[in-house]
Design a binder for this molecule. Sequence first.
Ligand SMILES: *Cc1c(COP(=O)(O)O)cnc(C)c1O
Length: 230
Amino acid sequence: MIADNIRSVEKRITEACERAGRNREDVTLICVTKTMPVEDLRQAYDAGQRSFGENRVQEINDKFPQLPKDIQWHMIGHLQTNKVKYLMDKAVMIHSVDSAHLARAISKEAVKAGRVMDILIEINAAGEESKFGLDYDGVLSLVKEIAPLPGIHICGLMTVAPYTDNPETNRVFFRNLRELAVDIDRQSIDNVSMTVLSMGMTGDFEVAIEEGATHIRVGTAIFGKRNYAV
Ligand SMILES: *Cc1c(COP(=O)(O)O)cnc(C)c1O
């Protein structure tokens, strides 16, 4: 089942890339495994997937030791500073940085761990009250403020677009995110590259790819509906 779902998601990714004149290799599929049992992650792994996304540190901590070491773990959820240290030996990228306070905590722990952590700045693209992330106006000043910190590399932007039945309504948010990345890139700030655009989920990943997503985060289309009751 999971393998079939992955095949069908892969096909849709390939087709979206073709429509957009992009290479399939330029889009990373992050399988969003939050709430899913380790057996499901293993099925995705056996189907060839190597990039997994979790939104809680506790879940990464639990699952990490039970799975092969060549998995790339992405932290995609809101993050508390006191949990940052647990990610240093596990995550390849933190997608959800939306404050200088958090960036400083990541910097401190990364230096302690002797590594550089790739981070993305999370933007609340539609200005939804329920969502984390910065508004567009706050981004450049945050980037400038945290760019000099040791132990982090700012490599792009991330957004969680509104839930919608019509993915076309999110196109404008993906386009805005891309334009913002281009604007920031033009500033040529040291230690900042805007090569990663993490956008697009089950409901809208094809539109996100058409608008330039380099990383899509897909859960439901691969693993089915999440059960938050358990
Ligand atoms: C849960 C989650 C996803 C995946 O959502 P689906 O609609 O199930 O594909 C993507 N990004 C973030 C930040 C998430 O929390």
